[in-house]
Write a protein that binds this ligand. Structure first.
Ligand code: NBP
Length: 483
């Protein structure tokens, strides 16, 4: 039922789902001078928010969906911040029944982009605008300025954009929020962002492990290395917080906290989604995939326990020049990070082509410079690279990154080979280097793969010196025929 409560309809935005993310975003809107209607399935969270933070701005307390919808100015704008999956569908259905054509429903949760495509199509049929908005930055970002990736109908952005941009992080006066593209594109881009985040964290983890295992540095000394690195090309939120985590001491034991945390990484699923989507799109996101698998391996605790003590082979001596090896690791980290971003942007290009989204990589680099978990100095370089050439075949080929990798390449090889000789796992460093070597190779062993496929399955192959498809009569006289 729609309540036409024009007099009471004074809120510019409504937020439903007032757990940590929803309440922080509602407060962020209110702190920016917007009147915010509040709603939660159970009233306790709404009351807690008003009790603790009601003085921060103008909030409208509502209990029922009808009251909530009735409190909103037209076109009504409602941000859903509930648990992704079935709860989101349930809330959308309740809202849609109470809203009118032209109103806007925004899903700010971590939805799978294919769900967003489905929801957008279904609400469009009912005359409602559905905006799937990826939001990054965690609790702190939600409160103080996240990076926001809204997809959906362009016309809804006219009514919504200024509101979202007002609460987003700002870098050099530019909000970290822009209209991404149609239907599921916002959540797709947020998913790839999270995949890159996984790769970035894994690479940092490998650097930390090398500094500890190859050079014998303790957590405090490694924290100092990361702090120093944060002053240069690697400057980023993740490198900054790495130093903070490593410097934290455990109150109970007095040891570095990191040394008493169980070494089994958990995941909520967005990295896995990124890899599944990349497999479907045929994009080799090897750095992200290694990161997802590395978390899975770390979590196989029984298997790992049983495998401790397996043969290592003859191990090499540890590096003697600690300063040089530290610099080598820094270079390897930077080069591998470029590969991870290059692969992520390849996936975005492939998704854009598959779904006809017309995504702009430079815009994404711009809105990831602040607010989000992968915010980093070098996103400015990525933006510059795509501004200069929006059709760049790979980020690695942009002059700046090409030069950076050329500077890093010897260090990168030394790190991967030394780690291997020392028996220290570096799955993401090594696979990123192999990806780079494969990309620049003039010939790949795929020619043999094609020959094998033709042998056992008559799948045909192309020739380097003629057009068309060919097949060798393997079980006959082995002559070649045109397929
Ligand atoms: P949660 O993901 O923990 O969800 C809790 C909220 O969902 C509560 O308001 C709860 O209402 C509501 N809810 C549930 Br559960 N089932 C419901 C249903 N069937 N109908 C109506 N409401 C229902 O909250 P969160 O951690 O604040 O995250 C919110 C969204 O933001 C999620 O999609 C999350 O993936 C995404 N996100 C989170 C982060 C982060 O750092 N945490 C970052 C970016 C995005 P109740 O109070 O009545 O139980």
């Amino acid at each position: 039922m729609t309540i036409d409560n024009t007099e009471g309809a004074r809120a510019q935005i409504g937020v439903t789902g007032l757990a940590v993310m929803g309440s922080n975003i509602a407060r962020n809107f209110a702190r920016h001078g917007h009147t915010v209607a509040l709603h939660n399935r159970s009233i306790a969270k709404t009351d807690a928010l008003i009790e603790e933070h009601g003085s921060e701005g103008d909030f409208v307390r509502t209990e029922t969906i009808e009251e909530f919808v009735g409190a909103l100015q037209k076109p009504r704008r409602v941000l859903i911040m509930v648990k992704a999956g079935d709860p989101t569908d349930a809330v959308i259905e309740e809202l849609a029944a109470a809203m009118e054509p032209g109103d806007i429903i925004i899903d700010g949760g971590n939805a799978l982009y294919t769900d967003t495509i489905r929801r957008e199509a279904s609400l469009r049929e009912r005359g409602l605008h559905f905006v799937g908005a990826g939001i990054s930055g965690g609790e702190e970002g939600a409160l103080n300025g996240p990076s926001i990736m809204p997809g959906g109908p362009k016309e809804s952005y006219a009514a919504l954009g200024p509101l979202l941009e007002s609460i987003a992080a700002q870098v050099d006066g530019t909000p970290c929020c822009t209209h991404i593209g149609p239907d599921g594109s916002g959540h797709f881009v947020k998913m790839v962002h999270n995949g890159i985040e996984y790769a970035d964290m894994q690479l940092i983890g490998e650097a930390y492990n090398l500094l500890g295992s190859a050079l014998g540095y303790d957590a405090g000394k490694i924290a100092d290395v990361f702090t120093e690195w944060n002053g240069g090309d690697l400057e980023s939120y993740l490198v900054e917080i790495t130093a903070e985590v490593l410097r934290q001491n455990d109150a109970k034991t007095g040891k570095p906290l990191v040394d008493v945390i169980v070494d089994a990484a958990e995941q909520k699923g967005t990295g896995r989604w990124t890899v599944k989507s990349a497999l479907d799109l045929g994009v080799p996101v090897t750095g992200i995939a290694e990161a997802v698998f590395a978390r899975a391996l770390s979590g196989s605790r029984d298997q790992r326990k049983a495998a401790v003590g397996l043969a290592s082979g003859q191990l090499a001596d540890k590096p003697t020049d600690a300063a040089q090896f530290t610099e080598d690791i820094r270079q390897a980290l930077y080069a591998s990070k470029v590969v991870a971003y290059a692969q992520g942007f390849d996936q975005i290009a492939a998704g854009s082509a598959e779904y006809d989204w017309d995504l702009h990589p430079a815009d994404l680099a711009t809105i990831w410079r602040g607010g989000c978990i992968i915010r980093a100095r070098f996103l400015n370089r990525i933006k510059d690279a795509y501004d200069e050439n929006p059709k760049l075949p790979s980020l690695i080929l942009a002059p700046y990154f090409r030069d950076a990798i050329e500077t890093a390449i010897d260090s990168w090889r030394r790190v991967v080979s030394t780690a291997t000789l020392l028996g220290i796992p570096v799955p993401a460093f090594a696979s990123s280097l192999s990806y780079y070597d494969a990309l620049r190779a003039e010939r790949l062993p795929a020619a043999l793969t094609q020959g094998q496929r033709d042998f056992f399955g008559a799948h045909t192959y192309e020739r380097v010196d003629a057009d068309g498809k060919f097949h060798t009569l393997w079980s006959g006289d082995r002559s070649e025929v045109q397929a």
